[in-house]
Ligand binder design. Structure first.
Ligand code: COA
Length: 162
């Protein structure tokens, strides 16, 4: 079994993430989309909400699961017999950060290989902060996220009528 983790914050999952997941799902036997902790982020959506949104977005992919990692990603990889970590590279600006994480992970776990995939060029500009900001200001996020995610964002930012 070739098992790969696709880690990230996914706050929320976007069409750009989905593009990477679909590519990875065709290359590996099993993909675990792994909600990981980024020490400097305070997510808008709870872990449970993000898990639900990812599950719904990937329900058409039989070999994709969702997991949650509270510690080191490489330990989670070992525990789940994953030998690859998928990361998306959207632009040169991603490279430095990704390169450093991949090297650190390789020192920590030499048998776990980081695999970089390029999402479709139409998603090069996309990240979750942009999506949250557009939604917060009442704009349409239909081009960025699946309909159920757009609804969840709408719900988060609906005016407080109390
Ligand atoms: N399409 C659209 N957006 C994308 C994307 C894609 N294909 N790929 C990444 N992004 C966006 C994300 O939405 C996110 O946007 P935001 O910052 O505006 O919210 C940004 O790019 C980067 O996010 P992400 O890919 O989720 O990575 P991250 O930097 O939030 O998370 C972890 C990095 C969680 C994977 C990393 O910190 C980690 O491995 N943590 C676990 C603990 C650990 O092992 N640490 C040691 C690592 S050496």
């Amino acid at each position: 079994m070739r098992i790969a983790l696709y880690p990230g914050t996914f706050d929320p999952i976007t069409y750009g993430h989905l593009d990477v997941i679909e590519r990875a799902a065709s290359l590996f036997d099993r993909i675990i989309v792994t909600l990981a902790i980024h020490s400097q982020k305070s997510p808008l959506f709870s872990i449970e909400e993000r898990t639900k949104l990812i599950r719904e977005a990937t329900k058409h992919l039989q070999n994709v699961d969702v997991g949650q990692c509270n510690g080191l990603l490489v330990d989670y990889a070992r525990d789940h017999e994953a030998n690859a970590i998928i990361r998306g590279l959207r632009a040169v600006s991603d490279f430095d950060y990704e390169f450093r994480i991949a090297l650190a992970n390789r020192v920590l776990a030499p048998t776990v290989t980081t695999v970089f995939l390029m999402p479709g060029e139409q998603y090069t500009y996309l990240n979750s902060s942009i999506v949250r900001e557009v939604a917060r200001l009442g704009g349409s996020v239909d081009s960025f996220v699946p309909p159920h995610v757009a609804l969840a964002l709408q719900d988060k930012f609906k005016p407080d009528r109390s």
